[in-house]
Design a binder for this molecule. Sequence first.
Ligand code: IDP
Ligand code: MG
Length: 133
Amino acid sequence: MSEQTLVFIKPDGVKRGLVGEVISRFERKGLVLNECRHMMMTSELSDAHYAEHIERPFYPGLKEFILSGPIVVMVLEGERAISVVRTMIGSTDSAEAAPGTIRGDLSLSKGENIIHASDSPESAKREIANFFG
Ligand code: IDP
Ligand code: MG
């Protein structure tokens, strides 16, 4: 069943010049890039996107980081895209993420971990609406 998922490359990934590397992995996997936009996250969008984390102690630092530079946000489509992309990005803490995953290969950090991807059909729907209306 074809699904759509919301992905963005975080400011660390953009600053480090990893946009092509990351998108290339998804293209080689067979996922289709339906939307793609280079933009600044706003305070309102960050609070809406990370609503489940807003009360967590790490959120102020996460918000400062996510607003610190441009992101590249995209919609990827393909067979079971939501779980396929989550597997490809690896665990939240890049130091523990498996080699071969985006975080496992490209980052050492838990906060500055290159990429976001929707974790369920409900989040994908909500997150795509947040960014692409
Ligand atoms: P996910 O991005 O793998 O879905 P979540 O638990 O949803 O992980 O957390 C959202 C984002 O918040 C993470 O990708 C990371 O950037 C940041 N984050 C999560 N936990 C921590 C933490 O303990 N310290 C610092 N940043 C964190
Ligand atoms: Mg999450």
